[in-house]
Ligand binder design. Structure first.
Ligand code: MLT
Length: 407
């Protein structure tokens, strides 16, 4: 008899963004003529930067010609891209990451979800609440979460992020093995400073834990003194893995390209306490289960590092951040307490009512889609998240409609 992985039965209903999509579809079926403004899932709306499009087009042309055609690429990603990443994203900022420590992939969602596979099944997981649901669900599937009771899994160490601690998780009060951190944070938009990050690195080294650091939104950091990478903190190379993405950076949500940095020094341990290189294990895992992002897509990502590409992505990020300011100011003027929106495309709003009720209110009264905070964890109850990824025109329209609906 074929049996299922029963851990999947412990997952809570459907994936958050699938739930939201269903409510949007129901709404559209009920009110076919009504326009919806989507400020829910963080999905970019601006076209790909011209520099990326041109690079992709010429790579596609190469693929059409037998002399320049490329089949399977290197599992870790093409050297031309990994070298650019190492140079521009790390070495130029004084961080000693080498090209062969970078693994190019087709998304940070898959990488943050998959990385736990190479870690022990009984590792204790700590994660912030609220949190990007992929980290939690991946560990539920892997059997690390225990049972679900009163809104939480018994096997997970939750790090509450609330107004009281400025949405900054406190260090765990117990031994944990895997720690997920995300800065700039999704969903709260909070950003950590170097001192704050140093505490986590010191904790991980002392407890022989591993930090899985999601930096998918680092491009939104405006203050040059804030850390763009966990590897800016000394010692992080032995206890942290970093995930980055071109999705929000360069509009690749539909194009798919990301990378994960696993330093050669990064270690985990066997049950006998012997250190093992996570770089080697992840390479082994990727070369078995992944065949690389496509050549044209990697060429497009490489073009991000040309002067034109840099200029074009900067313009887009400023555009989205200006949207974020509009949304934040408008919600604040309505009397709501807001976080984020400064180094982040997300605004985290204390709605002072049930999160799904607020979601329904905004959808039905304003035709605006948000994300209910409780979908990110129980500390998100009472909150909604607004995403700044939309056109300026739609953001202005959304602001007016929300003001009318809540007036
Ligand atoms: C979000 O809205 O939280 C993200 O866009 C989802 C994702 O990146 O997968």
């Amino acid at each position: 008899m074929i049996r299922i992985n029963e851990q999947y039965l412990k997952l809570q209903t459907s994936y958050l963004f699938a739930d939201i999509k269903k409510r949007m579809t129901d709404f559209q079926e009920r009110y076919p003529g009504r326009e919806m403004i989507k400020l829910g899932i963080g999905d970019v709306t601006r076209g790909l930067p011209r520099a990326c499009v041109e690079a992709m087009q010429s790579a596609v042309a190469e693929m059409a010609d037998e002399d320049t055609f490329r089949g399977y690429g290197p599992e870790q990603g093409y050297a031309f891209l990994r070298e650019k990443i190492a140079g521009h994203e790390y070495q130029a900022r004084g961080v000693g990451i080498e090209a062969d420590e970078i693994f190019v992939s087709d998304g940070a969602k898959c990488d943050t979800g998959n990385f736990q596979e190479i870690l022990a099944g009984d590792a204790v997981v700590a994660l912030p609440d609220p949190v990007y649901p992929v980290y939690l669900d991946a560990n539920v599937m892997a059997g690390r979460a225990g049972t679900f009771a009163d809104g939480r899994y018994t096997g997970i160490v939750y790090l509450d992020c609330t107004e009281a601690n400025n949405f900054m998780p406190d260090l765990p009060g117990e031994q944990v093995d895997i720690i997920y951190l995300c800065f700039p944070n999704n969903p709260t938009g909070a950003m950590i400073d170097k001192e704050g990050l140093r505490k986590w690195v010191d904790f991980a080294r002392k407890h022989k834990a591993l930090i899985l650091y999601d930096a998918a939104y680092e491009i939104f950091i405006q203050d040059p003194d804030l850390p763009r990478s966990i590897f800016e903190v000394e010692g992080a190379g032995e206890c942290a893995v970093e995930f980055r993405s071109y999705s929000k950076t360069a509009g690749f949500t539909g194009t798919r390209c990301a990378y994960t940095v696993v330093p050669k020094d990064c270690r985990a341990f066997t049950s006998r306490g012997e250190p093992v290189s996570l770089h080697d294990l992840w390479l082994r895992r990727q070369s078995t289960k992944f065949n690389g992002a496509s050549y044209p897509v990697q060429r497009a990502a490489e073009a991000v590092y040309t002067p034109a590409g840099q200029e074009q992505i900067k313009e887009r990020i400023e555009y989205y951040l200006a949207n974020a300011q509009l949304l934040k100011q408008s919600m604040e003027s309505l009397g709501f307490q807001c976080a984020g929106g400064l180094h982040s495309p997300y605004i985290w709003i204390n709605g002072r009512r049930d999160a799904w009720d607020f979601f329904d209110l905004l959808l039905h009264e304003a035709g605006v889609v948000c994300t209910p905070g409780v979908g990110f964890g129980s500390c998100g109850q009472g909150y909604i998240r607004l995403s700044a990824f939309n056109t300026r025109e739609n953001v202005r329209k959304a602001v007016d409609r929300i003001q009318d609906a809540l007036a």
